[in-house]
Write a protein that binds this ligand. Structure first.
Ligand code: RIB
Ligand code: CA
Length: 313
């Protein structure tokens, strides 16, 4: 079977970095057409720099990185330095990128790529706020029908919120963008906190990253050590939830995950619950199902896959 063509839309962020590394370590299953950076965990100037740092860490300076939207569609940007540190990639000491940015705006790259490729052959993998994706769908509605699938990290049902009591960060930062994407009609698979909070980097799993002994393995060990502080303190969890790499793992080995095809809508009006993913997990409404909402993961299987693949870089 030929490798799946993907565009990773990202706001690195240590967990985004691991998701990108896993994708680049899996060329038999995944062809990364390009990365599109969006403002999120840290401002855009840092997310597009961090995306290039990670490409070079993987030895893949050939992968084009495009700068995208530097703020949500209609709200001020909210960032998460309290989780990811000032640079967004705190932990390892990685060199500044040599590779430059690709020419053009990320939104135009998404549009042009979907128009150029055969329908149903490009998967979009948003790992941050959905601003770039929504802007592309608004600017070029014709591309929605060409999307093979959107596999995104965002939202929550049983886990509720991580940035507010009711909202997950990626959706909360740009709820209007999320509403556009979830109402677009494109096939969507959601990797929510309900899954990622079960994919925790325990000390043994972190030791396995470091035991790889390569610059990638050691950097991933340092990244996940750094960004676990927030979650360990808040949830008293045994380690960092590896949110974004669950998206990449789903593309490689979907049977690690289970979920339900349900209706998911986005709260965009209430200040109290802004950005909440209102997931009809129990089917109590007659709203039309619009997303495969994942609920569980084989965490040991996920970490075995991740560690084995990182060792290939
Ligand atoms: O809520 C977790 C998500 O927000 C992850 O994608 C993390 O990188 C941040 O973007
Ligand atoms: Ca992210």
């Amino acid at each position: 079977m030929s490798a799946r063509k993907i565009i990773i839309d990202t706001d690195p962020g240590q967990d985004d970095a691991v998701a990108i590394l896993l994708a680049l370590a899996s060329p038999d299953e995944i062809e990364v057409l390009g990365l599109t950076a969006v403002a999120g965990n840290v401002p855009l100037a840092l997310t597009h720099k961090n995306a290039r740092i990670i490409c070079e860490l993987a030895g893949r300076a050939d992968v084009p990185v495009y700068a995208g939207c530097d703020a949500p569609m209609s709200r001020p940007l909210v960032t998460a330095e309290h989780v990811h540190g000032k640079t967004g990639l705190d932990g390892p000491d990685l060199p500044d990128p040599v590779m430059g940015l690709a020419d053009g705006h990320a939104v135009d790259y998404i549009i042009e790529t979907l128009r150029a490729q055969d329908a149903g052959t490009v998967t979009l993998c948003p790992l941050g706020p959905l601003t770039n994706i929504a802007m592309a769908f608004q600017k070029a509605p014709d591309i929605v029908a060409k999307v093979q699938e959107i596999v995104l990290m965002g939202g929550a049902y049983f886990e509720v919120g991580n940035i507010t009591p009711t909202a997950e960060f990626n959706i909360y930062v740009d709820p209007e963008a999320a509403e556009i994407v979830f109402k677009s009609g494109a096939p969507i698979t959601v990797v929510p906190l309900d899954v990622t909070h079960k994919a925790l980097v325990t000390p043994a799993r972190n030791a396995a990253f470091r035991a790889i002994g390569t610059p990638v393995g050691i950097a991933v060990g340092k990244m996940t050590d750094f960004f676990e502080r927030f979650d360990k303190e808040k949830y008293a969890s045994p380690g960092a939830p590896l949110h974004d790499p669950c998206v990449t793992a789903y593309l490689i080995q979907p049977d690690l995950f289970t979920g339900r095809h349900i209706n998911v809508e986005i709260e965009t009006r209430s200040d109290l619950t802004l950005g909440m993913t209102v997931a009809d997990w129990w089917g109590v409404t007659d709203r039309t199902p619009n997303a495969m909402f994942l609920g569980d993961v084989d965490a040991d299987g996920f970490f075995a896959l991740l560690t084995e693949r990182l060792a290939r870089l």
